[in-house]
Design a protein around this ligand. Sequence first.
Ligand code: CAA
Length: 293
Amino acid sequence: AAGGEPVAPEFKQDISRVGVVGTGTMASGIALVFAQSGYDVVFVGRSQAKLDGVLAYIGKTLDRSVAKGKLDEGGKDAILGRLTGAVEREALGDVDIVVEAIAEDLDLKTELYRDLDRICKPGAILATTTSSLPITKLGEATSRPEAVIGMHFFNPAPVMKLVEVVTTNDTAADVDETVKALCANVGKVAVSCGDRAGFIVNCLLFPYLNDAVKLHESGIEIDTIDAAIKEQAGFPMGPFELLDVVGNDVSLAIQKELYGEFKEPGFAPAELLEKLVADGKLGRKTGEGFHTY
Ligand code: CAA
């Protein structure tokens, strides 16, 4: 209300069962976020081995909480009991919202959205965690563009509080409000954002990360830059540590999108970033990126 207290978002439709598609870092973290907050979660991956990977990450994270005395074994079992893995997308037929976190590839996502549109019940919300693809296009792949929205979590999803809620021109106001209420319910802080390259955070963060790589290419050691930014400038991680957490493939995709959109010469992806991706050195998830793990 103008001049008054901000009005808390309200659920305009019931959300109790959540679907997650994907088995990578973001999908695993997001599945945990919802299960931890009491939602039943169906997570879908391409193989049993990938589903096991999600449960291994979640089990390890919960074990750490138990070891720190923040959770007891009963609480851990309750969270695990709310998680159901499936290799068939058909398992998403009765969820109220799907949060999709598969690879940043428009063809793959378009195919998935067509399928989700067919499988998911009428009214179910389709939320994407894309950080670099136009959400409007994903909506256009469905017969329900009003129910397609961005829910951009940050890595690590269980820790980072921010979610950029990205509406397209087609997204219904009730869907926007429901997703914001859902964010609040799982302890996240939602910020509204239009469907523009980089949204808010990546539009500012990635030119900095890309510049760090170019600074290194000009002769300054990775550890020196990381230490300067972390220890002296007060950031929680240095740029190379952060690139390794985010993943160099994801970072390159975001940087290419920003360059394509804004055409700033300085936004051209750093050569070393391209090379590491070509060499499969994607960061923590492959054991090597700018640093070795
Ligand atoms: N999964 C789950 N929990 C995790 C975790 C993970 N991968 N990593 C850390 N944690 C938890 C720890 O268990 C710990 O929990 P408790 O407080 O309950 O004990 C807490 O986070 C703090 O962890 P640590 O004490 O081990 O480590 P830290 O104090 O160094 O913090 C950090 C780790 C939170 C990751 C911190 O380094 C940080 O904030 N880094 C910056 C992260 C960032 O900027 N992310 C955004 C990247 S951009 C992006 O994601 C957008 C995109 O589109 C690519």
